[in-house]
Write a protein that binds this ligand. Structure first.
Ligand code: SAM
Length: 243
């Protein structure tokens, strides 16, 4: 029997769909305008169609880039983020806002005796097909189901004891919280459950400068911001720190 395909979902699927919708509308309006005016005003009708077609192509390009970032860009990104953890193989790792398991499964593939826990509230608007079952299917398909588990949990109030994990990771999740107060709560929770000298890697498309400020204020060590990269048509970077 063929192995199930791994699918880590599309981030903010409604946003990508919105850009495809704008492309379709622009092209549709251009074609309708041209069709109604092509005999009486061929020049202006043709120019209008050309402009609206360019706008449609730009919107479709943004939608394509957003999907490409989710399908391809973030797979490469995950390896770069996990490299920063320099895992030895026996660690306990927590992925906050794990979605369909992108980082959690990537980390599990680097472990021998260690274990990864992924927690999420599984919001379907943040990620297509978002569910614990989808993450478990991906873990099975990637051959790491024995090294990773997925639990419902809220980044703002983690259920784990203090000093519990060797590494805490999170990708593109904390910006979805309601405000900076909630983001600070989540960052402080991430630090709380980290063991002394444990490593934290948070990647996001926004607010990363604020994350660094919060972590410094919470006495995290070696707080470092990576250079900017461009995914989902948005400037993105990671913050790394030690407890
Ligand atoms: C854009 S998705 C990214 C998922 C995954 N990290 C990835 O890179 O594929 C953001 C995730 O954050 C989760 N999330 C939102 N609010 C959360 C909260 N309060 N606690 C835990 N996870 C949350 C969403 O359900 C979603 O799975």
């Amino acid at each position: 029997m063929a192995a199930a395909a791994v699918d880590y979902g599309i981030d903010a699927p409604l946003v990508a769909r919105g850009w495809f919708g704008r492309a379709a509308w622009s092209l549709g309006v251009g074609l309708a305008f041209w069709f109604m005016n092509r005999q009486e005003y061929p020049g202006p009708a043709g120019r209008m169609l050309a402009v609206l077609t360019l706008i449609a192509l730009a919107c479709a390009g943004i939608a394509w880039f957003k999907i490409h970032s989710s399908r391809d860009g973030k797979l490469r990104l995950r390896e770069q983020l996990l490299d920063q953890l320099a895992l030895k193989g026996d660690e306990k790792v927590l992925d906050i806002g794990c979605g369909r398991g992108l980082l959690a499964i990537g980390a599990a593939k680097r472990l021998k005796t260690g274990k990864v826990t992924g927690i999420d509230v599984w919001n379907p608007q943040d990620l297509s097909g978002n569910s614990a079952d989808a993450a478990k299917e991906n873990a099975k398909a990637e051959g790491v189901a024995d090294r990773v588990r997925f639990e419902s949990g809220d980044a703002r109030k983690l259920v784990f004891p203090d000093n519990n994990f060797d590494a805490v990771i999170s990708a593109n999740a904390l910006h979805t919280l309601a405000d900076d107060g909630e983001r600070e709560q989540a960052l402080r929770e991430g630090l709380r459950v980290l063991k002394p000298e444990g490593r934290l890697v948070i990647f996001d498309t926004a607010e990363t400068g604020y994350y660094a400020e919060v972590l410094r204020a919470a006495d995290a060590k070696d707080v470092t911001l990576s250079p900017w990269s461009f995914l989902w048509c948005q400037p993105s970077r990671s913050v790394t720190a030690r407890k």
